[in-house]
Design a protein around this ligand. Structure first.
Ligand code: M6R
Length: 624
């Protein structure tokens, strides 16, 4: 959550910071700000702090009114945790004398005690944030070091290191000081930081996407490492101040990933990438002998064969991918599988034995609740398998094995292509467990694998042919105060994802219900015109879904159905039908989800909502 960026070099810093912040805005957009080291006519440096509530565009307009010549600065885009989204709480935060400024991602858990102590020592606070203590702690250490003989260019870094020893929690932090113009000190613990050298200077950010225009060779700072950036070089140290030479990672993904490439929003672009995600996630996963090959599995077949219980733990959309996995794991491997919100799992006392497999699903690989649940499960003796989209993310690092979803960078806050990557990956895991348990033959596996691959083409067909039907359906329900999503089996799992998508980007209330449960209460909501969105693809329970829809129709519901191509029976009940190509029921979740993503997006568009950056949300949820 939140995004940080910093630059020191030969070019004006303000534009570089704003461009970087725009790229990071998906991580939070409650407020944005920069600190620029400015030199006045007398040659004295001061820090110019400019902050605005709201999106980076507001900050950009403000900066356009300043004629900054600064070539060194730091910037931040915030998702509020401690303190409301006000200008006072926006980063950068400054020391009492205004000569040190910092930007921070993460949470300082002991900020209340630190703040109290700092106030007693005479510091003045101007925000409600946890972050501000960092600025004052650096200030103290900086002044305290004045007489210690530390060379001037290293003072800020030393002060930052001292401040880090006092702070408990997570941080990615960048600091500048008016007395050390042209330098940026950086530290990391449990919050990502990447650093790189470009042709015209040195860059730091919380995500590589902010500096990819300048360089593709970056250092991913490890926990406990520090860096001092100057225009011409970067020094890295460990937490004792000893110089280190960290590994350089080459970023090979295409810059187009950071751009909309002609689409009106990232969400639509990412929905259209889904056929590619299916194909990429499957590449190299089946051997010539018909065996599944998950090279980052990290668990032996013997260990997998011992598994007698599976928990899938995840949050939000990733949790819904888990609901689909449960159906497949139980069907193909005959292993009991529970799906649990990571935020619940971590505070329960679930039954875990050495033969329990915990599958942690997270697009970002940094969701705080999922990470905490992984740690808890491992302490209790479970094997943990991660499913994530981010190579080297904490979920990948802290799991025994991992499968990457190959969705590539997802920028829209609402997950779409990463969900499809998760479902495909979890389907592979279910097939693997089925093989290991002797329930699926290699012949069956080959057939399933081929049909799973066919879903790429099915998604393309939906994208090519169903836009008009989706637009009509969206127009019909855009003004409804509420909607129900219903289905059975796989359809029930998919309904959850459909309802979440609609809620988060269109702000329409929506609820998912197992269709057979409607008659036990929720059907009371239905009155003439009430939208019921049904996943009614052909399956073993198709007739049952149809009966449930008839009950809704009888009460005047407006029915939008996602149905299988060639099904004309549904047209007699549904007001709007969106067709998907026929697939095996096991794979219907992949195809049926796509129209629901498009429907939610179209409703949001018609309602004039911000599709990529819905209110109150952020892409990665790194707080509890
Ligand atoms: O990065 P993760 O998959 O762990 O994120 C989990 C949820 O925060 C995420 O899926 C969220 O629900 C999305 N906004 C859904 O579109």
């Amino acid at each position: 959550m939140c995004g940080i960026v910093g630059y020191t070099g030969q070019n004006p810093a303000a534009n570089i910071l704003v461009t970087g912040l725009k790229r990071l805005e998906y991580r939070g957009y409650d407020s944005a700000g920069v600190a620029l080291a400015e030199r006045d006519a007398t040659g004295t440096y001061t820090l110019n702090i400019i902050r605005r509530v709201g999106k980076v565009s507001g900050l950009e307009s403000e900066l356009n009114g300043h004629s900054s010549t600064s070539t060194c600065g730091i910037g931040h885009t915030r998702w509020a945790t401690h303190g409301r989204p006000t200008q006072a709480n926006a980063h950068p935060h400054i020391s009492c004398d205004g000569r040190i400024a910092i930007v921070h991602n993460g949470i300082i858990e002991n900020f209340a005690e630190l703040r109290e102590e700092l106030i007693q020592r005479g510091h003045h606070f101007s925000s409600d944030t946890d972050t501000e203590v960092f600025a004052h702690l650096i200030e103290e250490a900086y002044e305290g070091n004045e007489s210690s003989g530390i060379p001037a260019t290293h003072k800020l870094l030393d002060a930052l290191r001292i401040a880090c020893t006092q702070v408990v929690g997570a941080y990615g932090v960048a600091a500048i000081a008016a007395d050390e113009p042209g330098t940026i000190a950086v530290a990391r613990k449990d919050s990502p930081i990447v650093i790189g050298r470009g042709e015209h200077g040195s860059y730091v950010a919380s995500d590589v996407i902010a500096l990819i225009d300048a360089t593709r060779d970056v250092v991913v700072l490890e926990d406990g490492q520090f860096a001092l950036l100057t225009p011409n070089k970067i020094i890295y140290t460990d937490d004792q101040g000893t110089p280190i030479e960290p590994a350089v990672t080459h970023i090979d993904w295409d810059i187009d990933l950071a751009e909309k490439a002609g689409y009106p929003d990232f969400m639509l672009k990412e929905i259209f990438e889904q056929p590619r995600v299916v194909r990429d996630t499957l590449v190299g996963r089946l051997t010539g002998a018909g065996e599944l090959d998950i090279d980052e599995l990290g668990l032996s077949f013997e260990e997998l064969n011992l598994v007698d219980r599976v928990y899938v733990i995840a949050c939000g959309t990733s949790y819904h991918a888990g609901l689909i996995a449960k159906n497949l794991i139980e069907a193909w491997a005959r292993i009991p599988c529970e799906v649990e919100a990571a935020s619940e799992f971590r505070y329960r006392n679930p039954i875990i034995t050495p033969s329990t497999l915990v599958v942690a699903v997270s697009q970002s690989g940094e969701t705080a609740d999922t990470l905490a649940a992984i740690r808890d499960a491992r302490i209790k003796g479970a094997k943990v398998f991660g499913v994530t989209n981010v190579v080297g993310s904490p979920v990948a690092r802290e799991s025994d094995g991992v499968i990457y979803t190959k969705a590539n960078k997802e920028i829209a806050v609402a997950s779409t292509k990463s969900f499809i990557g998760q479902v495909v990956s979890l389907t592979l895991l279910a097939m693997l467990l089925g093989q290991v348990k002797g329930k699926l033959t290699t012949g069956q596996t080959r057939m399933l694998f081929r049909e799973l691959g066919d879903t790429a083409e099915h998604i393309q067909t939906i994208l090519d042919t169903q836009q008009q039907a989706i637009q009509s359906a969206a127009t019909a329900c855009k003004d409804a105060p509420s909607a129900l999503f219903v289905g059975r089996g796989m359809g029930a799992a998919v309904s959850n994802e459909g309802a979440l998508k609609l809620k988060e980007i269109s702000y329409l209330h929506a609820e998912a219900y197992a269709a057979g449960e409607m008659k036990h209460g929720a059907i009371a909501l239905i009155e003439p015109g009430f939208p019921v969105i049904a996943v009614a693809t052909k399956s073993a329970v198709y007739d049952k879904v149809l009966s449930n829809l008839k009950e809704c129709e009888a009460r005047g519901a407006k029915i939008i159905a996602v149905a299988t191509e060639g099904d004309h029976e549904i047209e007699a009940i549904a007001d709007y039908v969106i067709y998907v190509p026929p697939t095996r029921e096991a794979f219907s979740a992949i195809t049926a989800t796509v129209p629901l993503q498009l429907l939610a997006r179209e409703v949001a568009r018609l309602r004039g909502c911000d599709i990529d950056q819905p209110r109150n949300l952020a892409k990665s949820v790194t707080v509890e």
